[in-house]
Write a protein that binds this ligand. Sequence first.
Ligand code: SF4
Length: 351
Amino acid sequence: MTPEHFQETLLAWYDRFGRKHLPWQQPRTPYRVWISEIMLQQTQVATVERYFRRFVAVFPDVTALARAHPDQVLQLWSGLGYYHRAQHLHRAARIIMERHSGTIPDRLEALMALPGIGRSTAGAIISLAFDRPAPILDGNVKRLWCRLHGIDTWPGETSTQKRLWQLSETYLPRQRSADYTQALMDFGATVCTRSQPACFGCPFQGECFAYRSGRVDRLPARRPVNTKPVRTGYWLLLQTAAGEVYLEKRSPAGIWPGLWALPQWDRRHELEAHCRLSGLDPAFLHWLPPRRHTFTHFHLDYVVAIGCLEKPIRLNDVPARWIQPDRADELALPAPVKKLLDEVNRRAVVI
Ligand code: SF4
C-alpha cells in the first residue's frame, strides 16, 4: 500500500468517523494537548476525559501547574494510576517556566528533554498542537502496523520497534498533521481494536495482511511468556473510637510516590513487632483475606490487619495524618487504599 493511498483513506475515514469533540480539542492548545497526552499514556479516553476537565479547571496553564504544591497535583491525579506521570508533569512545568519562558517547546529534542515525554508523546504534541509532521508510535499504531504489514515479532523487541518507527515515518503525510495523528489514534482505538476489531467495515480490508491471512487474532505477537513476580505486603489499618483512620505519606521513590497510604511491612511478624513497640497488642488485630493489586511489572499481594484504638498515636517517624474515611478524597490515595477506605466508610469491613 502506498503512503498516499494510506493517508487518503485514513483521513477520509477520520473526516467521517474521527473524534473531533474531545475536551482537549476545544481549544486545542499546546498545554492542553500535552496534559492529555500524558494522561492518555496507559489509560483510555473515556477515563481520561473526567480527570482532564478537573485538572485543567484547577491548573489552566503552565504557570498555574508550575506554582502548584506537589500534593495538589497528586490529589487531582488520584485514581488515574501511574503516579510518576503526575510527578513528571509537575517537574516538566517548572522546567518549561525556567528554560522556555513558560512556552511549551515545539521541537522534538526540546520536548524529549522534559521529564515524562518520550519520542511518541513528543511526536503527538508536535503534530496535534502545532500541526506539523511528526511520527507517533503508541500501542494503537503498533497494532495497526503489525496487522497491516504482517509483522509477527513482539512489538517490544528493539528490532521490531525500529521497523515500526520506520513505518510511522514512511506513512507520515506532509499536510493535515494534526488530523492524521488523531486519525491514527482513533482508528486504533475504535476500529482496529485489540480484541474483536471491526474488520468488516474497515477501509484497509483489501490490503491488510492479517485479515487476508486469517491472522487478525494472532497479531501483534504477544509478549514472550514472562510471569510477573509477586510481592507481599502487610498493611495496618488503624481506626480510633472517633472514626479517624491512620495514613502515612509514602516516600518520593518507589511505588505510589508521595501518595497517602496505610503503613506497610514486608512480613507479618514485622508488623506485629511494630504494633507491640507502639503499645498495641497484635492479638487484637483482625486480619482480612489477602487481596491483589497488579502493577505493570509485578503483583502486590497484601493482607490488611485492622486495629482499634481509643485515640490517635504516633506510629512511625514519617509524615502522617488521622483522617475521617469520608474525607479521604481530600488526599491523593492509591486506588486500593481508596477502595479500602470506601469500604470502611460504608462499613463493608467491620472494625
Ligand atoms: Fe485492523 Fe481488521 Fe482493518 Fe486489518 S482489516 S486493519 S485487522 S480492522
